[in-house]
Design a protein around this ligand. Sequence first.
Ligand code: PMP
Length: 432
Amino acid sequence: CYQPTDKGEVLAGRKAHFGGNLSLTYTDPVMLVRGWKHHLFDEWGRPYLDAYNNVPHVGHAHPRIQAVAADQLKRMNSNTRYLHPAQTTFAEKVLSKLPEPFEVCFFVNSGTEANELALRLARAHTGAKGMVTPNHGYHGNTTGVIDISAYKFNAPGGIGQTDWVELVEVADDYRGSFKRDDPDRAQKFADLVDPAIKTLQDKGHGLAGFIAETFPSVGGQIIPAKGYLAAVYEKIRAAGGVCIADEVQTGLGRLGDYYFGFEHQGALPDIVVMGKPIGNGHPLGVLVTTKEIADSFAKGPEFFSTFGGSNLSCRIGKEVLDIVDDEGLQDNARVMGAKLIAGLKALEKKFGCVGDVRGMGLFLGLELINPDGSEGKEICSYVKNRMRDHRILIGSEGPKDNILKIRPPLSVDDEGVEMILGSLGQILAELD
Ligand code: PMP
């Protein structure tokens, strides 16, 4: 099935049979049929450097993932109503990466489902409905989590904000209300939570909790000032709410210095949500919480997911986490990330259209600006498409879509880093 196929035919078939709001990346879309580590290959075998995909966390087509998946499929695959050692082994591996209060794991099929479940847990535990969340965040595609995903409900044609959700400004200290030269910005951003809590209480919804990507990605690859989430969580807890850390983009070593983003913030959530990279391409979401919160939820009806926590999923998830450890991938993210940031900072000095370089490990953003300092959306689109011409896959992000998002698999090496920086330098020079 992987023979060269006319890309035009596939595109036409997609247009005929897929929904119109399923977007394609690039003006000239790519068709990818094979992968290896941080490389992808199109229908003609032409290589691309993958500097964008965070799902193949340990690299595309990792032989160890292939082996455990094949082995488990040969044996059997079934659900959590039967005992299987893979389930408890995976739970123990996940919990080994988290501090003590985390004791209970729930396995589902995606980040979306894990966030849905997080909402249910927060409500079961508090008996309240109201949620506070940043004003440009994403937590998934279902009816429940769209309501807490401002990026989608506030988009043109979106369903709008529900009564039980209050928004707070993303803690963006480059464009936001409090800038990087303000030493109190973490606290000032956190204080915005106070009126949001009060509004929910006044409306009679009460406070179920706060949910945020620990480092807002769709918000523009933002690294909040240290202590921001700790200060927010303190306020949420004082008002009786549950703190949910969406680590779908940031978790599992991508940040280099930290296994999870909340560690950087000196904050301890009540619920941690993991997705995308934990299955390395296999659909898998994990929610981890305390015994106390899990017990509140257990007072309700049985929770069951047919595929969540299947033997296959658990073996793949455990293998992903083992590979991160065995291949020193968190450390590689730190070293390669530092090289990338240094190179990007050099480009920032050289080219006026680079307004800001930010990130940590292999979670990076390059904010592109117009000569007047406004968001350079067209510049960003130009650079992203030209990078594709150079056969480097990269994304764009942010409320105005002007932030280049660099987020390769954790296997990326020196050559890959040099290729990204070299091409980026050439393309930015074209703009000059
Ligand atoms: N949370 C965050 C931060 C995400 O980036 C995403 C996916 N982009 C999700 C949740 C939803 O994950 P999924 O698409 O796997 O359901």
